[in-house]
Write a protein that binds this ligand. Structure first.
Ligand code: HEM
Length: 449
């Protein structure tokens, strides 16, 4: 008898077919996940989004998922997981070439291409745009009384990402933000496309967004200099390879970067301001670090590297309030883990928080302590895959360096120009699923220094 088939499934309750725990989980994801974890242990089954899931919690389980994925070579024989989209209309809306659904060689090629537009020296190209937009937003906020923090930060990140992707100015004031909203609303709805259904509206907005992007791409391809934004770098890099993408495929990649970056960045910036407002000693140290920098030196990657304490604080914010609370995979062959049978075809969700809050890795994990990331403590380097706000392994986020760049520039402009105060007695609760964001409107008043 096959020894795997004789093993039991993990404990847990699949709930009702179609609905399962779904409505409850979406409303109060983190608490419910923790409650079930207490009851069944780190590996358990649950029904989410109408599908059979096994949740993997804790360092060992999460590392197992991140290191046993289907890869583009067969060097690692334990290829148990493949990437998957759990929202039923995802591919109809975002396309077949979305990096998050590609696997194997095709995934590797797109990942390499896109990574070249978001890493290392090319980041230099983006500094001025991020700096100017940060200054312009912060000046605007200083002229208002209280502003709606998450709403404003979302507009800021949308403007930054679209300007850097395709050279589009003031995207937040255009129809683009509505198109993106419609597309997100159609992700997990009845798969019927009529003008009055959510999917119908999502597809209509998708067509408009793709049309706009495709026109920009075709025009740019005719120019002698492709430019130094993300599209320009992508066109230049792919011109040097045999991997020629069609205009449609390039547009799909641009839409993917947009949909994968904005909410996560907005979440990180919002949590940064909330956590700093609760730790004024840390704010003081951040200000001192900025004062020590040479203000006549223009902003550059080298200057940003000197903001060592700021980087520690960002790491701590992402540890305590990770924008992405979990990742999804599908099982491609039966295997056993910790005495349980994990069947082919089931879905897996690995839980980011369970690693970032593990007391065996992080001392007093509930405490906000940026010093845990100084060179002497380096708690993030204690074990491989123990610091995973950006995931890990084959599918680690390719926007990581870019995100640090945006957060560092924004916060340094803010520290040098403005003070801020949260409206009193506000509920600062963060909803953690699908991307962490404030549960309620948060008002903040920015004033000139
Ligand atoms: C603080 C900000 C961000 C956080 C915390 C974050 C987090 C993550 C995580 C956890 C994953 C892996 C998901 C998985 O394992 O399935 C991921 C993947 C990805 N992220 Fe990010 N992300 C951030 C910003 C960005 C930005 C700004 C971009 C692009 C402009 C981006 C592009 C991507 C892409 C393309 C992938 C898919 C990689 C692949 O499947 O190979 N991310 N991100």
């Amino acid at each position: 008898m096959n020894p795997i088939s004789s093993l039991p499934l993990p404990p847990g309750n699949l709930g009702l077919p179609f609905f399962g725990q779904n409505p409850k989980i979406q409303k109060n994801h983190q608490n419910i996940i923790e409650e079930i974890h207490q009851k069944y242990g780190p590996i358990y089954k649950i029904r989410l989004l109408g599908k059979k899931f096994i949740l993997f919690q804790g360092y060992e389980a999460v590392k197992f998922v991140l290191t046993n994925e289907k890869y583009f070579t067969s060097a690692n024989k334990n290829q148990y997981f493949t990437s998957t989209e759990v929202f039923r209309n995802y591919q109809i809306i975002y396309g077949q070439h979305d990096i998050t659904v590609l696997v194997g060689k095709e995934h590797r090629e797109i990942q390499k291409l896109l990574a070249k537009t978001l890493k290392n020296k090319v980041l230099n190209n983006y500094i001025n745009t991020i700096h100017n937009l940060s200054q312009s937003y912060i000046s605007k906020w200083m002229k208002s009384n209280y502003v709606d923090l998450y709403f404003e930060i979302n507009n800021y990140t949308l403007d930054i990402v679209l300007k850097l992707l395709l050279g589009i100015d003031s995207a937040s004031e255009s129809e683009i933000s509505n198109y993106l909203k419609d597309m997100r609303s159609g992700l997990n709805t009845i798969p019927l496309s009529f003008p009055w259904t959510k999917l119908g509206r999502a597809l209509k907005s998708k067509d408009k967004l793709f049309n706009q992007f495709e026109q920009i791409i075709v025009k740019r391809q005719k120019e002698s200099d492709f430019g130094s934004d993300i599209l320009g770098i992508l066109l230049t890099v792919q011109g040097q390879t045999n991997n020629k993408l069609t205009v449609r495929e390039i547009a799909e990649q641009m839409v993917n970067l947009l949909s994968l970056g904005i909410k996560e960045l907005s979440s990180a910036l919002t949590s940064f301001l909330i956590l700093i407002s609760e730790h004024l000693d840390v704010l003081k140290l951040l200000e001192i670090e900025q004062e020590k920098l040479d203000s006549s030196e223009p902003l550059s990657l080298d200057k940003l590297k000197k903001m060592v304490y700021l980087e520690q604080v960002i790491k701590e914010v992402l540890r305590l309030a990770p924008p992405v609370s979990c990742g999804f995979r599908q099982v491609i062959q039966d295997f056993s883990f910790q005495g349980f049978r994990i069947p082919k075809g089931w879905y897996i969700s690995y839980q980011v928080n369970s690693v970032l809050q593990d007391p065996e890795i992080y001392e007093q994990p509930e405490k906000f302590n940026p010093e845990r990331f100084n060179a002497a403590n380096a708690e993030d380097k204690k074990k491989p895959f123990c610091y995973i706000p950006f995931g890990g392994g084959t599918r680690e986020c390719i926007g990581k360096e870019f995100s640090y760049l945006v957060i560092k520039i924004f916060i340094s402009v803010l520290l040098n120009n403005s003070s801020w105060k949260f409206q009193e007695n506000q509920d600062l609760t963060i909803n953690k699923f699908p991307v962490a964001r404030p549960a309620n409107k948060i008002e903040v008043c920015f004033t000139a220094k």
